[in-house]
Design a protein around this ligand. Structure first.
Ligand SMILES: Nc1ncnc2c1ncn2[C@@H]1O[C@H](COP(=O)(O)OP(=O)(O)OP(=O)(O)O)[C@@H](O)[C@H]1O
Ligand SMILES: [Mg+2]
Length: 271
């Protein structure tokens, strides 16, 4: 096909680029709206405790007010840092990246949403070597997976985020597991297809339903020479694993492609 329709190939490449750009803008829009909400919350806390401190003159009330104001201020600074982290990374540069910090930064933006739905989030962030990555893009992947997980679990569901070093494949693995609805085998094959969605439209937080989330995750992970794998069991939950090669300066223990248990981005495993 590439020999017979070079124009068509070129057009597809341009459209893909435009789609990636549009997805980036959507992610940025979501980020801004989440951040604004988060910031507003923090400001309300600061204002209310400042009022409390002014109203009650005793030492205990004032100390409590100051503690709350301090904690809220520290949270506000975490939020700003997290957004600045994204802004710093707006370029398409691939650089040595610590996935654990990226998870922490992304979680600051999702915490409120998870607690609103009373979802319990467990983080297992092990010490891992750096990977060569575009932090902005990997954060977009992580947010897509977390939003999907949040939408798949009922209230009081559970989500696990794990970062660990797989020494056999010399990859850093990022795992997002939920105990939600799960995905039936016939759908599992299609979830990475562009526009495949089982959602009727955006939910009350304005997210979901275009069917582009996982397809953009796959494109991003492909561009990182990584792999994305999914395992799902109806009624029990879904687990996405992203494997990113460790940055080269760390000595490799095994060639990345020789491990037969690794699965390419488009492949799926249904339990
Ligand atoms: N964690 C999950 N649990 C259950 N089903 C899932 C999960 N993640 C994805 N899916 C299924 O895969 C489909 C495709 O996901 P994808 O993220 O690509 O699109 P979407 O969430 O429907 O819309 P959006 O592009 O806005 O994210 C979903 O509609 C859903 O059916
Ligand atoms: Mg989605």
């Amino acid at each position: 096909m590439s020999e017979t329709h070079p124009d068509l190939e070129q057009q597809i490449a341009i459209l893909k680029q435009q789609l990636a750009q549009a997805q980036k803008m959507t992610a940025l829009g979501e980020l801004v709206s989440t951040t604004t909400h988060e910031f507003n919350n923090v400001l309300m806390t600061i204002i209310n405790y400042a009022k409390l401190g002014l109203r009650y003159k005793d030492d205990a009330s004032r100390a409590k007010a100051f503690e709350k104001i301090l904690a809220a201020g520290q949270r506000a600074s975490k939020i700003t840092n997290s957004v600045l982290g994204v802004a710093r990374n707006r370029s398409d540069a691939f650089e040595p990246t610590d996935l654990c910090s990226l998870v922490e930064e992304s979680m600051v933006l999702m915490e409120r949403e998870f607690s609103k739905y009373r979802i319990q989030v467990d983080k297992q962030l092990n010490k891992v070597p750096e990977v060569v990555a575009n932090g902005n893009q990997i954060q977009q992947v992580l947010l897509n997976l977390l939003i999907n997980a949040r939408q798949a679990v009922q209230e009081r569901g559970q989500v696990l985020i794990k970062v660990e070093h797989d020494e056999t494949s010399n990859t850093v693995d990022l795992v997002v597991r939920d105990n939600g609805a799960g995905i039936a085998a016939e759908k599992l094959r299609r979830i990475f297809d562009p526009f495949f969605s089982t959602k009727s439209g955006p939910d009350e937080t304005g997210k979901g339903g275009t069917g582009l989330g996982l397809s953009s995750c796959r494109d991003i992970i492909d561009a990182h020479r990584g792999k994305i794998r999914v395992e799902s069991s109806v009624g029990k939950g879904t687990c996405f694993t992203i494997k990113l090669p460790v940055a080269k300066k760390t000595p490799r223990r095994a060639p990345i492609s020789s491990n037969s248990s690794e699965i390419t981005a488009a492949s799926v495993v249904s339990q």
